[in-house]
Design a protein around this ligand. Structure first.
Ligand code: HEM
Length: 459
């Protein structure tokens, strides 16, 4: 017996049986979702066998549902691709429930706003290292950003200090980053949308995301296991440094089975800090570099503000300077908005039937708060494709959604924000960023092009 529901949100025409399966592209689904909003509105539905996807392309809709009704919009769809890769114990993919709440508490205790002020000193030191490296080999800026973001995370989460370029942690983490930047987008690839695909042979069309995920598994297992074993060894030697991992391993040693967190909770949340934190920070910095090359007048204005404040001071910017650097703050916000490190965010899942503005959202829907669509919303941002920090001085709102929503909002956002701020303040103080020149002196202006993946980087 069919119950009467309001209609689903609008959506494009679908094929019989397979629905929109053929319509969803593997590459850059964020752009596809954004284009849908222009034709069908800010809340759109897509249907694939056994699943409804709800795409949210406005901050209003995402806030109304994922923030205000977070009690029923905080689950995650299990992603076959991510489980095959080995991320199943990681908080980012754990379903909403007891295990999620435990890991979330572990992270919140270590990464809340006030706590993150204790990491300012470390971030400032690493920013100085970054400036040194950029001044000695500028064209390897992407490697330096990778090292910068990894160094901060590895120190805080694993108590590890990077010593040289052949550091084993750097190798493990850059391999893991490769997997995250090259894998299929979770929740919107065929292997996640049609579960049977993961069991079909690799020659079967559309199964590539599963084959690729299996080949990445040893790398992701090493990311979880190596730091854990290494820390245990250092604890025995007496060389272990204060860190998230040490705090929990000591707790486990002290309290045994009474400790509220299991080995899997510890491995899963420590791995998640790295996986979710380093790549996104690095990606944001590479987006900033691209913006500075493409918009030299913005760069000059930010530098003028920094120079005016610092005067002839013989030092790099510090966190105390942040409230005085208004335009730089706008540059930071515009970096988050103009292009996003995680353009489709991470899909949530609804756990009850719901009705929003007369539209039916069935229980079990995959909810994509499409950051790309939200930050390009023409009803909110004038000329949204332009990198224009002054828009915030004219009263346009700071972007929302680049750190996600509701009970799943990024727990590392305070750390990420200060890491990105001190890096861009230091870079703009020390350097002028300009395009590479061809042999005849013509500047080679880069394209605004990005890799696909969970996080993405400038090509
Ligand atoms: C600029 C840098 C960063 C960006 C753009 C970013 C963005 C995001 C986004 C969009 C989500 C999904 C939120 C949702 O589902 O609604 C997320 C989740 C997450 N982020 Fe971040 N993040 C950044 C840095 C960090 C850092 C530095 C850490 C850790 C220190 C971190 C740890 C996490 C974790 C553990 C999750 C999963 C949370 C959950 O599922 O409950 N992130 N992040």
């Amino acid at each position: 017996q069919q119950r009467k529901h309001p209609p689903l949100p609008p959506g494009p025409p679908a094929d019989p049986i397979i629905g929109h399966l053929r319509t969803i592209p593997a590459d850059r689904p964020d752009i596809f979702f954004y284009e849908l909003s222009k034709k069908y509105g800010k809340v759109v539905h897509l249907r694939i066998p056994g699943k409804t996807m709800i795409i949210l392309n406005s901050a209003q809709a995402a806030t109304d549902l994922l923030d205000k009704r977070s009690g029923i919009y905080s689950d995650r769809s299990s992603s076959n691709v991510f489980n095959l890769m080995g991320w199943d114990k990681s908080i980012a993919f754990v379903p909403y429930g007891e295990r999620f709440r435990k890991q979330r508490k572990m992270l919140n205790d270590y990464l809340h706003h006030k706590q993150c002020e204790n990491y300012f000193h470390l971030e400032a030191l690493e920013a100085r290292q970054l400036v040194k490296k950029l001044s000695s080999i500028p064209d390897r800026f992407n490697d330096h950003f990778n090292r910068y973001s990894s160094a901060i995370i590895l120190r805080i989460a694993h108590g590890h200090e990077i010593v040289g370029d052949d550091d084993p942690y750097l190798k493990i983490t850059s391999d893991a980053e490769h997997c995250l930047s090259n894998c299929a987008t979770p929740g919107s690839n065929l292997v996640d949308l049609i579960p049977i695909m993961k069991d079909l042979p690799s020659w079967f069309p559309g199964t590539y995301p599963a084959t690729q995920a299996r080949s990445y598994r040893p790398i992701i297992d090493l990311l979880h296991d190596y730091p854990f074993e290494d820390m245990k060894k250092k604890m025995v030697e007496g060389t272990a440094k204060d860190s998230y991992l040490l705090t929990h391993l000591e707790g486990l040693q002290r309290e045994g089975e009474n400790y509220p967190y299991t080995i899997d909770d510890i491995k899963g949340s420590t791995g998640a800090i790295y996986a979710a934190g380093a790549d996104t920070t690095w990606s944001t910095l590479s987006i900033f570099m691209l913006a500075m090359v493409l918009y030299p007048s913005v760069q000059a204005q930010a530098q003028e503000e920094i120079d005016n404040l610092m005067g002839v001071a013989d030092r790099l910017p510090e966190f105390n300077d942040r409230p005085s650097l208004t335009y730089l703050e706008c540059v930071l916000q515009e970096t988050y908005r103009w292009n996003n490190a995680a353009p489709t965010g991470l899909p949530h899942r609804s756990t009850e039937d719901d009705v929003y503005n007369g539209m039916f959202i069935p229980k079990g829907s995959v909810i994509v708060a499409n950051t790309r669509g939200i930050t390009l919303d023409e009803d909110v941002y004038r000329d949204p494709h332009k990198f224009d920090p002054s828009r915030y001085l004219r009263g346009e709102p700071h972007p929302v959604g680049h750190f996600g929503f509701g009970r799943r909002i990024c727990p590392g956002r305070h750390l990420a924000d200060s890491s990105v701020w001190i890096a861009i303040a230091s870079i703009l103080f020390a350097f002028t960023i300009s395009p590479v020149k061809a042999s005849d002196g013509t500047p080679l202006i880069p394209e605004e092009e990005f890799l696909s993946g969970v996080t993405r980087s400038v090509i």
